[in-house]
Design a protein around this ligand. Sequence first.
Ligand code: GUN
Ligand code: ZN
Length: 463
Amino acid sequence: MDAPDSSLGHAAESIRPARQPDVAAQPSAHHVIRARLLSFNADPGDDDTPAEGSVSYIEDGALWWSGGVIQAVGEYAHIAPRLPADTTLIDHRDKLVMPGFIDSHVHYVQLEIMASYGRQLLDWLNEYTFPEECRFAKREHAEHIADVFLDELMRVGTTTAQVFCSSHPGSVDAFFSAARRRDLCMLAGKVLMDRHAPDALTDDTLGGIRDSERLISDWHGTARLGYSVTPRFAPTSTRAQLDAAGGLLRNDPSLWLQTHLAENLGELDWVAELFPGSRDYLHVYEASDLVGPRSTFAHGIHLDDGMRQRLADRGANIAFCPSSNLFLGSGLFDRAGARQQRLKLTLASDIGAGTDLSGLATLKAAYQVGQLRGTPLTAWAGFHDLTLGNAVSLSLDDRIGSLTAGKDADFVVIDPMASPLMARRMGRTRSLSEELFTLMMMGDDRTIYETWAGGRLQHRRQG
Ligand code: GUN
Ligand code: ZN
């Protein structure tokens, strides 16, 4: 947590206080936030007490950044004398600052069909999702929803997400353009489907791959953006399309992959029917070379130990989507069992089947699922998973996931007293752990006071 440059000798008093940081602030200017700082150095484990050295908490901390990069993190008293004279000081001593939240699996094109009543996966896809995704053929619609979606992410403190677009390449251009304008770190990809979907969403098998190649060349590795090859799930791709998707990954190992796996029992039966030569669902993806350390498989509820072990051996991750799994009645993901097998996990909202974009709401649902399985999620594990854990599992931890000098300046300013009831409840907490648990059970968009990404103020709560 040391500053890369220690040749600065200015007194704290010379720093300019700022009541209203400029939203379009020059990212190169020096800023420091004085606040309580919480960040993870490692996985805290699942015990009530976090593993030794896994948590970094500074009661009177300073987070100093410029040029979109964190310069130093530490005790305010230690950092202040080293700040350049023109540093803007933001006094948030009554707030808690954490790394920006990460959502490992979300469909921006489903934002407007959240809370569509009463179906399980396959009917829900046919009845609500596919018709909605058809609307993204229109570029203006995609641009509008991409902006609304990113506004919403900022309102809930999510600074990075791995995002499904629709099968229209324009929906990806719209999303990446909007993310680049805001200087956000985002992964996204064009949905690949060459069967079992409406004609308006169905690719020509290799045409979808050529579109993906064009998008990769335009976007992957530009600004803070990465491309995720995105076959929707086994039932909507032929073997030829899955193989071609695997070819993209072999050609460029820096690409990500995202898809769905073993979410719903009806889906499992359908996959067995469609791929009679595969010994199980995971094998469908393995046979096309889609399972690797940069692969995210959403849900993974109905997997046996053998499949989980194969995923763990390849370093792939399962995105646990608790509010979605509850909403579609898909099942109660066995997080504890998966962790015992050392399977990499991520946490995700999975909007539009998920019921809330907020990472705090995702933690609450994960806790509730854990309770029903006899393994409730601790606040330490929850906030670790939402930040550093997701960054590590997505191979993004060289840039994001913790408050560390040299990483990107993506963080969230939390107001634990955001509502009268929260303030009342916080008055009764006796430890940081209790405070964090209250945040994850009672927090919502009001709890997010500010969201910063790329060193820029992206959102400040009104009022
Ligand atoms: N499986 C295939 N497509 C989808 C989707 O859009 N949402 C969810 N939850 N599962 C899927
Ligand atoms: Zn999904």
